[in-house]
Design a protein around this ligand. Structure first.
Ligand code: F3S
Length: 396
């Protein structure tokens, strides 16, 4: 691999042990992937920081790296933790877990990482067309590539941290024009109306399954807002390994489609199968996979207020960045029977301890991971879910 003089020096240990280790990992991964060089990145986003997922081994790794003097060299944000960092007791989290989760976050902060604790970093900073990033967290990667036209591969959590330290990523895959060519077109024309009723997540789940790791074009989808795109792409990331889906009319880049690309139509039955698969009996509901924006929170709370408040437990997950910036929304949510938690999400926190084991969600990504954890999950459109929570029926 061709390296610049900074990269050579980093590899030789001129900038310290932590930088040497990080550069060695990035170069090794690049070589394994056939990259001919590295590319400077402007923003890294690290996933896998919930103590529930990484355990003692992950904590030890982060503390050792911090003790070696590791510092990130570009803006670096991190994914949700395993608990609300302030209100963890109300989530049924025990002291031991809380102490270790706090140590994970402390180690990251000591490396210069922003404790954003969100999977929607794209809502908290500007990303330019063609900008190179080193993001882990599949929904964020898909959003960055597909909606913002930025360039990042789907990195693993530790690799994204190494890339943050050296400010470089292997120039391969979705960083390159060649790697961004689509070899699959999925046609949603026949289910356009159904998707428009709030089933973007089911459409995304199907696309991910069909695409695997292939870059795809999603044809025939109805117009979608940012929150619907989030749900769609999070679902793609759960069922598939791809990091880029072109959505005509939404994506800023014109799709480059390879000759002979496969074309796959989706029909109503395909969509119904997804909804039938996630059809458990809920006792409560959770929204915020990916994390809710302030606009979504406002819409959700207003809706349940108009319907006379929640009659079933409802929790809403969002980013720490919104703490203290929601005005009276947090109080209004509580008055209407909903609880907002920050820093964490339904998948990486011990949901069972405060919600029970049957949960309604509007996110196919949450449905996928919660099912795998043994929850009875009911996948609904957001409107259906809010009607379920407030007692059924449509909005009057
Ligand atoms: Fe985010 Fe948790 Fe879903 S990290 S995308 S809310 S599984």
């Amino acid at each position: 691999m061709e390296l610049t003089s900074y990269e050579e020096k980093a590899l030789d240990g001129e900038y310290g042990e932590a930088v040497r280790l990080a550069m060695r990992a990035v170069v090794k991964v690049g070589e394994a992937l056939g990259a001919e060089r590295l590319v400077p990145v402007t923003w890294a986003h690290v996933s896998g920081i919930s103590y529930k997922n990484i355990g003692d081994a992950g904590l030890e790794f982060l503390e050792e790296l911090a003790a070696k003097g590791a510092r990130v060299s570009v803006r670096t944000t991190v994914n949700p933790a395993g608990m609300d960092m302030e209100h963890w007791r109300e989530m049924g989290v025990d002291e031991g877990f809380a102490e270790k989760q706090a140590r994970v976050v402390k180690a990251l902060i000591s490396m210069g990482v922003e404790a954003a604790l969100t999977c929607t970093p794209y809502l908290y900073g500007k990303v330019g067309l063609g900008e190179h990033l080193a993001w882990a967290e599949s929904n964020a990667v898909l959003y960055a590539n597909s909606i913002l036209g930025a360039r990042t591969n789907r990195e693993g959590g530790p690799l994204a941290l190494f890339e943050a330290i050296v400010g470089r990523a292997p120039y391969v895959g979705l960083h390159t024009d060649e790697g961004r060519r689509a070899s699959l077109v999925v046609d949603f024309e026949d289910v356009r109306d159904l998707v428009a009723q709030g089933y973007h997540q089911a459409a995304g789940y199907l696309l991910g399954r069909i695409a695997g790791k292939r870059v795809a074009v999603a044809k025939g989808l109805p117009p979608m807002g940012s929150w619907e795109a989030k749900l769609f792409l999070a679902a793609v990331g759960a069922s598939g390994g791809t990091g880029l889906v072109y959505i005509p009319g939404v994506s800023p880049e014109e799709p480059r489609i390879v000759e002979g690309a496969e074309e796959v139509p989706v029909d109503k039955r395909d969509m119904e199968e997804v909804l039938e698969y996630f059809n458990g009996k809920p006792e409560a509901a959770a929204l915020g996979c990916p994390h809710l924006s302030s606009r979504e929170l406002e819409d959700i709370v207003s809706y349940i207020e108009r319907r006379g408040g929640a009659r079933r437990p409802l929790v809403l997950f969002t980013a720490r960045a919104l703490k203290g910036r929601l005005g009276d929304l947090e109080k209004r949510a509580e008055k209407a029977g909903a609880r907002i938690f920050y820093d964490t999400c339904m998948v990486v926190s011990p949901l069972r301890s405060f919600l029970g084991s049957g949960v309604a969600v509007d996110s196919a990504k949450a449905a996928y991971y919660l099912s795998a954890q043994g929850y009875a999950v009911k996948l609904m459109s957001r409107r259906e879910l809010l009607d379920y929570v407030t007692g059924g029926g449509g909005e009057d």
